[in-house]
Design a protein around this ligand. Structure first.
Ligand code: AMP
Length: 428
């Protein structure tokens, strides 16, 4: 049997309804903040990611799905969407008109060749936003508030928001020099990845997950001691605006994020389900200063975040957050039971009339006995079963059975729409 590839998964049936629900809530919230949808390609030129996500990131170093196409071009399945969205803003000349900020939201699959584990897939879905231009703490805070409120809208109550600042260029330069000095002494006992990070970007060592390295990492000098006055001020402003807006946060000075393009404020959302399961960050993001320019846009800065739909759905499943949500919209309204093969064709066109009125309708496409058709209707989780036989059609009537109440009645065709509206819309 051919099965899904390692680290990938089918999202089907009820689970798919949950994905759609979560995505729609996130999209709705982003739209209330004035963000517009961007759909960028899944395949991109590989150097888009080496130039943006960065050579020192785990993503570029070992997780990209990269291949040569038939024209010998190096292509990569996008590991994240920020780079593609900013590239599209540049390519489509959105920055010519300087009514900043440019606001994009996106949703779609990403690909990373990671070791699959709880909450970690090789193909997964992200929802995210990018807000580019207008470089100040109001913009940065508003994007974090958006993410926080979107999680609230999904029903999350105790979200942990960790924030930190990576400072400005000057802060980071000072800090990197000090970090290099510190890690130089310990490098011999550290993991091979840290050796590489030491040369490419010593900040990345702070993100090392290897157990034996933790003590060394913990005792490393802290970024907060190397911030310039401007960087400190910007961080203080963001924190004040978050507090003013009722957003609770914890400052975590070990938070550096795994992508090279970040600067300034960075953040992660964590949530542990009631059963104690932690799927890693459910969302994360940060400010970027050089990304737009790196992709040949103007010298402007932006901020964005991404949330993992898989992780959101997993924690929501664990904590029964879907129980309070009406996913019934996805249920079938009407299942038509044609009596005898000769009435199937009539039932098909009748179903189309109901669909054009907005009712999800299916027809039993085979000539089956009544009890079998009722069983099918129940398996389909239809709200109503409609019986269409020779007599009903001749008399301009239809027999309707409410499958939940187990009540059956005969309705005149001309009264049916009113009847359906009453039963099905009243329920919502
Ligand atoms: P990142 O782009 O690494 O900042 O990730 C943003 C969000 O995407 C994370 O907070 C996760 O929720 C989700 N995510 C990242 N990698 C994976 C993965 N391999 N599988 C599932 N979700 C992921």
């Amino acid at each position: 049997m051919i099965t899904v590839l390692k680290g990938t998964h089918d999202v089907i049936l009820d689970e798919a309804s949950k994905y759609t629900y979560v995505e729609q809530v996130l999209i709705r919230v982003a739209e209330t903040y004035g963000f517009k949808e961007f759909r960028t390609p899944i395949i991109e030129a590989s150097n888009l990611f080496t130039r943006s996500v960065g050579d020192s990131s785990d993503i570029v170093r070992k997780e990209m799905y990269t291949f040569l196409d038939k024209g010998e071009r190096s292509i990569t399945l996008r590991p994240e969407l920020t780079a593609g969205v900013v590239r599209s803003m540049v390519n489509n000349k959105l920055f010519i008109e300087q009514d900043y900020p440019k606001k994009a939201y996106y949703v779609g699959p990403c690909f990373r060749y990671e070791r699959p584990q709880q909450g970690r897939y090789r193909q997964f879905n992200q929802f995210g936003v990018e807000c580019v231009g207008v470089n100040n703490s109001y913009r940065d805070s508003e994007v974090i508030i958006l993410a926080y409120n979107a999680l609230k809208m999904l029903g999350f109550k105790d979200i942990t928001l960790k924030i930190n600042t990576l400072g400005d260029e000057e802060s980071r330069l000072n800090y990197k020099t000090v970090l290099k000095e510190y890690f130089k002494e310990h490098l011999n006992s550290m993991c091979p990845d840290c050796h590489e990070r030491y040369n490419l970007n010593p900040l990345r060592i702070l993100d090392c997950k290897v157990h034996e390295d933790q003590e060394i990492v913990k005792n490393a000098p802290k970024m907060s001691n190397f911030l310039t006055e401007n960087a400190k001020k910007a961080f203080e402003e963001v924190k004040a605006i978050l507090t003013e807006n009722g957003v609770k946060y914890d400052v975590d000075d070990s938070l550096v994020r795994g992508l090279d393009y970040y600067s300034g404020v960075v953040f992660e959302f964590h949530y542990t389900s009631k059963q104690g399961k932690n799927y890693g960050a459910i969302g994360a993001g940060g400010h970027y200063n050089k990304l737009v320019k790196e992709l040949e846009g103007p010298d402007i800065e932006g901020i964005g975040f991404a949330m993992g739909i898989e992780r959101l759905v997993s924690v929501m499943n664990d904590d029964n957050l879907f129980d309070e949500i009406d996913l019934e919209d996805t249920m079938l309204d009407v299942y038509i039971l044609p009596i005898g093969e000769e009435n199937i064709a009539y039932s098909l066109s009748f179903a189309n009339k109901l669909r054009s009125l907005g009712y999800a309708t299916e027809v039993c496409l085979e000539n089956k006995g009544m009890s079998q058709m009722f069983k099918k209707a129940e398996r389909r989780r239809a709200k109503l079963a409609l019986i269409l036989g020779e007599n009903e059609i001749k008399n301009g009537e239809v027999v309707v059975k409410n499958l939940a109440l187990k009540e059956q009645e005969t309705i005149k065709m001309e009264d049916l729409v009113e009847y359906l509206d009453e039963i099905l819309i009243k329920e919502e």
